[in-house]
Write a protein that binds this ligand. Sequence first.
Ligand SMILES: *[C@@H]1O[C@H](CO)[C@@H](O)[C@H](O)[C@H]1NC(C)=O
Ligand SMILES: *[C@@H]1O[C@H](CO)[C@@H](O)[C@H](O)[C@H]1NC(C)=O
Length: 315
Amino acid sequence: MKERRQSGASEAPYGKMAPQQRPPSRPRRRRERNAGGILAGMFMGLRGAIFCAGFSVLSVSLIVWAFFWPHDAAGKIRAISPLPVPKVLDLAQFQGKHKESLFWGTYRPHLYFGIRSRTPKSLLAGLMWLGVKDGRHVLRHVCEDSDNLSQFGWLRHDGSTYGRQKIVDQEIVLSTYFLKSWDQESGYGGDWSVRIKVESASKVITESRDASSIFFYVVNEDGGAVNILGKDSLSKGQVPFATGHDVEYGNWELHLKKKTEAQVNFAGIHTSFMHNLTQLVWRKLEIQGRSTGRLQLSDDSQKLANMAIFQVAFV
Ligand SMILES: *[C@@H]1O[C@H](CO)[C@@H](O)[C@H](O)[C@H]1NC(C)=O
Ligand SMILES: *[C@@H]1O[C@H](CO)[C@@H](O)[C@H](O)[C@H]1NC(C)=O
């Protein structure tokens, strides 16, 4: 400490001195010694600074460490063990009626409109419709940013029994309603119904028959059979419907009711893949389109069909 103070005191006069005024030999030696003192002092100061900086970084990282890792009283990291109580979902208030009221729902968030049950393998239901993109028809089904819809999403939803949505796709306005109900004959989870209202702001769309088609499907994720009672097995004027059996819900039926003059076509399809149903249906429509000139379902059913799709075209 003493040395540093000395060198610091002798720094100022030397800096001011002009070179030609410097006295020879002895004072130069003194100056060299003093310069060495200055350097040593600077170096020590720097070392101190480095040490301080290092220490402050260390203390900051220690604080972060302490915040993010659980420590016991001794400061050692310990494993987190679950609280020895039942899971919230296993509590009585989340079972029984509450659980049943949530059995069916609009639980397919990647679709504009889709329904499934709270089981690992479910009967899936969904809505598709024909939209227009770059002057060509496309199937709307999975929410795609490129669909460029000006509006979609729930306007009202109580999370379990009721929901109302408005979808605006260029000139087509679709209102979708979802409602669950229970009566004496209802199975577990009750019954559900869907109402789809289609309005068109422009005549151009309604005049092109293809563009005013909506599709509603049910598909058994489990691969279980889905039968369609088509025109052959129905009396005149009756609308085709789908039936099936499932281990979870027993026998089920899906009926269509149309309010306006509309044509109903259908197809029964076998598929093991649920992630590309849009492509599957589009491929079917394209094949029909090539032979008949219309994007219209073929009114037949494949062997082992686990999907029933209905097309409602407004005429
Ligand atoms: C998307 O729709 C808006 C109007 O809702 C329109 O102005 C815009 O050009 C459309 N974008 C594309 C890529 O079609
Ligand atoms: C659906 O995906 C599966 C597997 O990725 C593929 O084998 C099948 O051909 C696809 N179907 C269609 C219609 O694209």
